[in-house]
Design a protein around this ligand. Sequence first.
Ligand code: GAR
Length: 204
Amino acid sequence: MSRRVGILISGGGSNMVALVKSMTGDHPARPVLVLSNDPEAGGLAKAEALGVPTAVVDHRPFGKDRAGFEAELDRVLREAGVEIVCLAGFMRILTPGFTGKWAGRMLNIHPSLLPLYKGLHTYARALEAGDAEHGCTVHEVTAELDGGPILGQARIAIDKSDTPESLAARLLPMEHALYPAVLRRYAADDRRPVFLSAGTSALS
Ligand code: GAR
């Protein structure tokens, strides 16, 4: 039986597309829902074009009622029979009430080498710090923002000429390699971390 994956997005959804395209053949999971908190998210049309059912739970009508927003998210995910949740550029902070319900069944991708640079503006922060490398991390989601157990990392070298934009553009293809590789293992109950670096495609 394939594991049923729901992917949460807020924007363009390029990681979502990479995940959806990876779940074919002998992959232990299948995408059953792409859900956005923003009805304008560009990823929704991409999911539809890929034949994946979509849903929108707009956070704005809920105002400050995070519990109400998350209860609706939870309801829609359960109605679709989702077993594993992948956050893929989902830009709402989730409260412990929600992360607790999905503990051990929810992943996130974050554009930094965690535990460095939790939160926003990770590329600029890595450049300001004079770091030699940057990267992305897939981790299990817990109540601590960007703080759960690390399931995989991909790294790239930082050039002297890099800007936040150039770094983000070079990192994105690494995200697209890392997240599917981690999900494939995770859906098979294999928690060994995946490590990738630019120029190599081998899994370790
Ligand atoms: C990705 O770079 C992802 O790592 C980042 O948002 C982008 C979404 O792009 N996520 C976060 O910053 C979460 N804190 P996408 O919509 O094209 O996948």
